[in-house]
Design a protein around this ligand. Sequence first.
Ligand code: PAF
Length: 302
Amino acid sequence: MKSALVSAPRIVRSIAELRKEIRAFRLAAGPEATVGLVPTMGYLHEGHASLMRRSAKENGLTVLSIFVNPLQFGPNEDFERYPRDEKRDVAVAGEAGADLIFMPQVSEMYPRPPKTSVIVSGITERLCGASRPGHFDGVGIVVSKLLHIVEPDRAYFGLKDAQQVAVVTRMVEDLNMPVEIVPCPIVRDADGLALSSRNVYLSAEERKQALSLSQTLKLVPGWIEEGANASELTRRMRERIGEQPLADIDYVEALLYPDLVPPDADRPLKDVLKNDSVLVAVAVRFGQTRLIDNILLTAEKR
Ligand code: PAF
C-alpha cells in the first residue's frame, strides 16, 4: 500500500540523490514498506501509466525511470529521433502515482563505456534478438544497473515486449537479484493497436494498415483450435498481414515461452499448450516504423 509519507512526484537526476531519497523513504516507512520500479524510455502512454498505477497500488514508493538507453539501439536505429517530452511525461507520471522520477543523463549512467556485459544467452537468439543484434545486451546492462541503483522489491514490465520480460526474469533468477519481476498485460488503443511510444511515427495510412497485427493475432486462438501447428499458424499469419501493401514483415513466430525455442514442428499447438506456454509474436515495418505485438497463450497445466 502507498504510504502517506511521499506524495508529490519528485524529479531526480543523479544516482546519489536517488539513493538518498529511497533510503530516506525506507527509514521513515519501516521494514514492511516496499519499493516498485517502472523502467521506461519515456514518451509515456497509457501502457506505462498502467504499470505505474499497479506499482503505486502494490508498493509504498514508486520510482519511474526515464532513460533512452543508447546501448540498446543499433547503429541504424532511431536513438537520435526517439520521441522525448519531459514535461508531458512528468504530468502523466504524477497522475499515475509515481513518487520519484529518475531522469539521468547518459553521462550519469555511463560515465565511461562499460567493460562489463550482461548477456542472457538462448532466449535472446530469436525474435528481436535476431533482428536487432546487441539489443538485449544493452537492455541487460541498463536494467541490471537500474535494479542495483534502485534496489526495488518489484519491477514492472509490459508484455508487449514479452521477450524482454523473459530475458529480464531469467537474468534476475540467474544472478539471484532480490526483486520480483511483474509482467503486466499489453494495453491497446480502442481499435486494437498495441500502445507504443513509436506509434507517433506512423502516418494515418500506416496506422490503419498496422491494425492488421492485432486483428491477425486475434485469429490465432481459433486457428490453433482448428489444429494448426507452428508452421501452419505462422504461414496463415504471414498471408493475412501480407495483404497490407505497406507491411514489411520482419518475423512471425510461435515459440515456447519463456525459453523461446521452437515447439515440435509437426505437433498441433493445441497439444503443445497442454504442457507449455506459447508466445506468438510478430514484428512488422510500416514505412520507417517497426512495430511488435504478440499473444501469449498459457499452458493448461502449470
Ligand atoms: O522497455 C523499455 O522501455 C526499455 O527496454 C527498458 C526496459 C526501459 C530498458 O531501457
